[in-house]
Design a protein around this ligand. Structure first.
Ligand SMILES: [Fe+2]
Length: 303
């Protein structure tokens, strides 16, 4: 095809890509090209608008570095991250619901003992978080690794805030045979996603606020179980209904209860008053090796 025009454009590109040997890549690129062309036909952008889009994506990339990930924010604020998450967790299961990873996870957080504090500067209202990790039948999971991170009392992650020591409010904990976990930190705060970049200007142009309701992040892994990446949200937060990244799920909202009990505070090594939050995580088993072969055999026998 030599006559590349408004009507032949899509087919021309799809035909050019048709020799791709990677079947999945060919499928994805067919979708990308078809939908991109459909957007252009529907919107009929001017050259200025098209150039703005290119410049927007260019600037989005240029802001990214080892501590700032503007493309994840873009995906999050357009609801794409949660859609990918929903599609990949369609299973019908009692396991803890997942939500966005977000751009502030740092690998290699310190491995701590149960009861330790992840707050390295002691700033904020004391918080005691506890619960257990169990399977779908309620049996405790020993050896589960909880990777925890959260904002400071005033809504910043350590990587955004030069006032905080490195690895502040981050830690990893491994459960014992009883599956229980407990640690100390400070009450997290609702916070704006970074709004000094392209995503912030997009939200402002759309009349949207950049706020996320207060939460604590968890990634929980255990051998033989499907890992879960999730948050525990603070009940009553004013942004639960309008999370900038659409990450809230009802099952992940828990009360953070204010306690005024000096003797309890003393026993757990916190200042009084303090807050407590409790959440029990449920992990689903990974399919045992060969399970899909059994079901295929059954299908063949039935068929
Ligand atoms: Fe967060």
């Amino acid at each position: 095809m030599r006559d590349f025009n408004e009507f032949t454009a899509t087919l021309a590109v799809l035909e050019r890509n048709a020799k791709c040997r990677d079947e999945r890549l060919r499928q994805i690129m067919t979708s990308v090209v078809t939908h991109l062309h459909a957007i252009v036909r529907e919107v009929e952008p001017t050259f200025e608008e098209w150039a703005f889009a290119i410049d927007f994506l260019t600037r989005t990339g240029q802001i990214c570095n080892d501590k700032r990930q503007e493309f994840i924010l873009l995906s999050d604020t357009l609801g794409v991250s949660m859609l990918v998450d929903a599609i990949n967790h369609r299973r019908n299961s009692a396991a803890t619901e997942s939500t966005v990873l977000g751009p502030f996870h740092v690998s290699g957080a310190p491995h701590l003992q149960m009861g330790d504090s992840i707050s390295r500067d002691g700033m904020g209202e004391p918080l005691y978080t506890s619960g257990k990790v169990a399977d779908e039948s309620g049996t405790p999971i020993g050896g589960a690794l909880l990777d925890v991170w959260q904002t400071s009392h005033d809504g910043f992650y350590d990587v955004q805030d030069s006032r905080q020591p490195a690895m502040n409010l981050r830690g990893r904990f491994t459960t014992g045979a009883d599956g229980r976990y407990w640690f100390r930190s400070v009450k997290p705060s609702s916070y704006p996603i970074p709004s000094d970049g392209t995503v912030g200007s997009m939200l402002a142009a759309l009349g949207r606020h950049p706020m996320r309701p207060a939460h604590v992040h968890f990634i929980i892994t255990a051998p033989g179980y499907q890992p879960v990446t999730t948050h525990v949200f603070v009940e009553g937060d004013p942004y639960l209904e309008s999370d900038a990244v659409f990450g809230v799920k009802e099952s992940l909202i828990v009360p953070f209860v204010r306690r005024d009990d000096a003797s309890w505070a003393g026993r757990i090594g916190l200042g009084n008053p303090f807050y407590t939050a409790e959440y029990d995580f449920v992990l689903a088993r990974t399919a045992p090796p060969g399970e899909h072969l059994v079901s295929m055999t059954e299908e063949i026998e039935e068929g």
